[in-house]
Design a protein around this ligand. Structure first.
Ligand SMILES: *Cc1c(COP(=O)(O)O)cnc(C)c1O
Length: 499
C-alpha cells in the first residue's frame, strides 16, 4: 500500500517512509491510497480477539512492509499491563439507553493521547530501521499540556531517539506541569518557555525550518522529527479502538453484527474523529459521526456550512485540550471526501493561508452533512452535564467527555434518533480534577485546597480512586527545571543535545 500527499506534489511513499517523514515535503498530509475493508471473517475473528491481537491485525492491513513479528513487538510494547491500568486497554462502560462510553484514558498519562503515543515511537523506530535511516532522531514537541507528557512517556528510553518538550510556563495546569517536570528517562528533555503556547509552537516551527541548524544536527548524526497528529503513525492506532469497541459490543451481545451505531467525539484538532471516520470506511457500521466542540467552535460552523473561517478569537475553556482554532487533520478528510482531489485540496489550503477562510464545493458540503452532525457546549453546559451524569448514572466524566455528552443530548433532541451510540471518553476525570470537583461538590469543600488536595477530596466524595499516574505527583522529585525565553529555544535544544 502506498501513501500519497494530500497536496499531490510529492510522489507516493511506503508506510515506513510516511511515518518517518511525518509531513509530506509539499506541505500535505500522507493518506493511504486505498482503505482496506474488513470482511465478515475479519469481524468474526476480531470478536474473539483481545485488544493487542485486534491492533496487530488492523495495523498489518496498513503496514504491508512490516512483518507480523515487528508489528507484534510494537503492539505488545505499547499496550501492556505496565502501561495500562485496565487489561482490556480501551474498555466500554454502558450507561443505560444503549449509550456506551469508550474509555480511552487507561494509559500512563490518563488521557487518550496515550493510545497513539505509546505506539508511534515504536512504529517510528521500526520505520527508520526499515528505510535504512542512520541518524539519531530528535523529536521536538510544543505542548499545551496533554501531548507533551504522553509523548515523553511514549518516547522515554526508546533507543535511537531523543525527545525535547517545550511547554508554556504559565499555560499548563499544575498537574500537567508536574507530570512533565518529573519525567524519568535517559533521553528526555523538558523546558518551560516564558510565553504562551503560540510562542512555544512558533519557536519549534522556527527550529524545524532553520537550514543551518538542520545542517549542524546532520553533522552530529541527528535528524529532527515530530510527534504531532499530522503523522499517519499517530492516526492509525486510533482507528483500532473504534473497531475494537464495536467488536466488544458484538461479543458481549449488546449489538448484533451489522447494527449501526453513532459515534460521538469531543474534538479539537480533528484527529480522533477522523480515526472514527476511517473506521467507518473500513466497514464499521456507523450511522452518524457526532462532532462535539467547546466554545472554540470553528469546526461546528464548518461542518454545518462548508465554510471554514479561522478569523475569530481564541477562547480559554475548562476543556483546554480542545481549545484549538487551526485543525490540521481536516485536510485529510477533505482529501477523502473529494475522492483524493489534490488540486481542490491545495486550492482550499492556499485560500486558507492567504485569506484565512475557504468554502468547499456543494458536493463536499453535502458529504460533510451526510457523515457528520455537529454542535458545541459552553463551560456552563459542560459543568451541568458532569453533575447530571454523576447524579443520574453515578459515572464521573471529565470536562472534555462532558462536552461530548452535552452535544449528544442536543443531537437526540434535534433528531429523535435512537441508534445505539458510542461516546469517546478522552480523559480521566482526575486529569482535570478541579473543574470536575467544582461541578459536583459543594464550594465549601473546595475552598483553600490546592490542585492536588482537591483530587483527594474528589476521591473521598466519589469513592473513585485517584489513578496511580497522578497520585502523589506533587511529592515526586523535579528533574527538569530549565526555563528559556522564546528566542533562546534553539540554544536550549543545542545545549540539551551537546552540539
Ligand atoms: C487532545 C485531546 C482532545 C482533542 O482530540 P483531537 O484529536 O485533537 O480532536 C480531546 N480531549 C482530550 C482530553 C485531549 O487530550
Amino acid at each position: 500500500m502506498r501513501y500519497s500527499s494530500s497536496r499531490g506534489q510529492y510522489p507516493p511513499v511506503s508506510a515506513a517512509e510516511a511515518i518517518k517523514m511525518g509531513l509530506a515535503p509539499d506541505g500535505g498530509l500522507f493518506v493511504p491510497d486505498q482503505i482496506p475493508v474488513l470482511s465478515s471473517a475479519d469481524w468474526e475473528l476480531m470478536t474473539s480477539q483481545n485488544y493487542q491481537e485486534r491492533a496487530g491485525h488492523i495495523l498489518g492491513l496498513f503496514l504491508e512492509e512490516f512483518t507480523a513479528d515487528e508489528i507484534r513487538d510494537c503492539v505488545e510494547g505499547a499496550y501492556n499491563s505496565t502501561n495500562f491500568d485496565d487489561s482490556r486497554i480501551a474498555p466500554t462502560a454502558e450507561l443505560g439507553r444503549q449509550v456506551f462510553v469508550l474509555e480511552l484514558w487507561h494509559g500512563p498519562t490518563c488521557a487518550f493521547k496515550d493510545m497513539a503515543l505509546q505506539l508511534l515511537p515504536r512504529l517510528l523506530v521500526a520505520s527508520a530501521r526499515k528505510t535504512g535511516e542512520q541518524s539519531e532522531i530528535v523529536i521536538l514537541v510544543a505542548t499545551s499540556g496533554d501531548t507533551g507528557k504522553a509523548a515523553l512517556e511514549g518516547f522515554k528510553d526508546v533507543p535511537g531517539v531523543k525527545i525535547i518538550v517545550f511547554y508554556p510556563q504559565d499555560g499548563v495546569s499544575e498537574v500537567q506541569k508536574r507530570q512533565m517536570i518529573s519525567q524519568f528517562g535517559n533521553n528526555v528533555y523538558v523546558a518551560a518557555v516564558s510565553g504562551n503556547f503560540d510562542d512555544a509552537q512558533n519557536g519549534v516551527k522556527q527550529i524545524f525550518s532553520d537550514r543551518s541548524f538542520i545542517d549542524s544536527l546532520a553533522q552530529h548524526g541527528m535528524k529532527m522529527s515530530s510527534a504531532n497528529s499530522i503523522n499517519w503513525g499517530r492516526l492509525l492506532p486510533q482507528i483500532v479502538y473504534y473497531l475494537s469497541a464495536y467488536a466488544d459490543l458484538v461479543g458481549a451481545k449488546r449489538l448484533i453484527a451489522g447494527d449501526k451505531v453513532n459515534v460521538v467525539v469531543p474534538t479539537g484538532n480533528f484527529g480522533n474523529i477522523l480515526a472514527a471516520f476511517y473506521a467507518g470506511q473500513m466497514g464499521m457500521p456507523i450511522n452518524r459521526l457526532i462532532f462535539a466542540s467547546n466554545a472554540n467552535n470553528v469546526l461546528t460552523e464548518f461542518i454545518r456550512t462548508g465554510r471554514y473561517d479561522r478569523k475569530r478569537s481564541f477562547v480559554k475553556t475548562i476543556s483546554p485540550s480542545m481549545d484549538i482554532l487551526i485543525s490540521s487533520n481536516l485536510e485529510r478528510l477533505l482529501f477523502e471526501l473529494t475522492g483524493h482531489d489534490a488540486l481542490k485540496v491545495r486550492a482550499w489550503m492556499e485560500e486558507l493561508r492567504d485569506s484565512g477562510c475557504y468554502q468547499v464545493d456543494m458536493e463536499t458540503a453535502r458529504k460533510l452533512d451526510q457523515y457528520f452532525w455537529a454542535d458545541f457546549a459552553s463551560d456552563d453546559e459542560t459543568h451541568m452535564t458532569i453533575r447530571k451524569i454523576w447524579q443520574e448514572e453515578g459515572y464521573l466524566l471529565d470536562t472534555h467527555t462532558a462536552v461530548g455528552f452535552d452535544v449528544y443530548d442536543k443531537y437526540v433532541l434535534a433528531t429523535g434518533d435512537q441508534t445505539p451510540t458510542i461516546i469517546a471518553s478522552t480523559a480521566s476525570p482526575y486529569k482535570f480534577g478541579r473543574s470536575v470537583a467544582e461541578a459536583i461538590l459543594p464550594m465549601e469543600l473546595l475552598e483553600g485546597q490546592d490542585e492536588f488536595s482537591v483530587l483527594e477530596v474528589l476521591a473521598e466524595f466519589t469513592n473513585i480512586p485517584v489513578p496511580a499516574a497522578i497520585k502523589g505527583l506533587d511529592q515526586r522529585p523535579i528533574l527538569h527545571a530549565t526555563v528559556t525565553s522564546k528566542e533562546g529555544m534553539q540554544a536550549t535544544v543545542a545545549k540539551f543535545l551537546e552540539l
